[in-house]
Design a protein. Structure first.
Length: 268
């Protein structure tokens, strides 16, 4: 996609996390964690355990200078100050569960402005692609003419996920709890990974956690365990996806004002 956009951006093949300490000052017990482009890693743990702090270390390219004392390497090398603190060419895009627009623009004007800022050659094509993908993710469709300030929370997140996947040059995407975002989570992850992003997501959702290639368990502010998704868990993911389909169809019935009819065979 970078070639299509005509942008010159450094290629991030992998990031490496070197151990630091937990909130009690105890050393994290792992050698290193390597995450390659196109991989999804879920970050799990109790509320307040340090998931957001872990994502912040990635975002800032920590060099033993954050409370956790972790070090982040990109392609095996530490980041220089320009790469760490540049606002114009950030290596990291962050998507949170709370996204609100304040600018008085239509969806088209917003996307066009962003495309122009990236010096895209075929603006109309890219804007149309982002708009189409965003509507595939959103629970309720919206128009190009819709003011961004009128978008629901789910629509806003759908738009920003599509925009980040297709137009953002940031090769690393951090997602903080999108399970309640009102979007198609599976399609969102497929879109991001399809653009060869490195995706790290903090989540409490077992469906999202099992969609990852591995998961990192956070406890007491430190990395407690790193787990690969097993074959047994992949089988569980299939069952969870079926249950999620049932719940989504029931949601659609509620939104349409229909009487709920819980017949599993018909819903599957």
């Amino acid at each position: 996609m970078i070639d299509i956009l005509g942008l010159d951006s450094s290629i991030v093949e992998e990031i490496t996390i070197l151990p630091g300490i937990n909130k009690f000052g105890e050393e994290e017990k792992f050698d290193k964690i390597v995450i390659k482009k196109g991989e999804i890693v879920s970050i799990v743990g109790p509320t307040g355990s340090g998931k957001s702090r872990f994502l912040a270390d990635i975002e800032w390219g920590a060099q033993n200078d954050t409370p956790t004392k972790r070090t982040i390497l990109v392609n095996g090398e530490p980041l220089d100050k320009k790469s760490r603190f540049s606002s114009s060419n950030s290596l990291v895009a962050q998507l949170s569960q709370n996204m609100n627009f304040i600018m008085d623009l239509s969806v088209y004007e917003f996307l066009e402005m962003h495309a122009k800022s990236r010096m895209v050659e075929n603006i109309e094509l890219i804007v149309e692609k982002i708009f189409k993908k965003a509507n595939e993710l959103a629970g309720e469709k919206f128009e190009m003419s819709t003011p961004v300030t009128s978008l629901s929370g789910g629509q806003s997140r759908a738009l920003m996920i599509a925009d980040t996947a297709i137009l953002s040059t940031s090769p690393i995407v951090l997602i903080d709890e999108i399970e309640n975002a009102g979007i198609d989570r599976e399609k969102a992850l497929e879109l991001l990974v399809g653009e060869e992003k490195i995706v790290l997501m903090a989540t409490h959702d077992p469906l999202l956690a099992l969609m990852g290639d591995k998961r990192i368990i956070i406890k007491n502010g430190g990395i407690y365990k790193i787990m690969e998704v097993s074959e047994d868990e992949k089988a569980i993911l299939g069952d969870l996806s079926k249950l999620d389909t049932i719940v989504q169809k029931l949601r659609d019935q509620l939104r349409a004002g229909d009487e709920l009819k819980f017949k599993i065979n018909e819903l599957l």
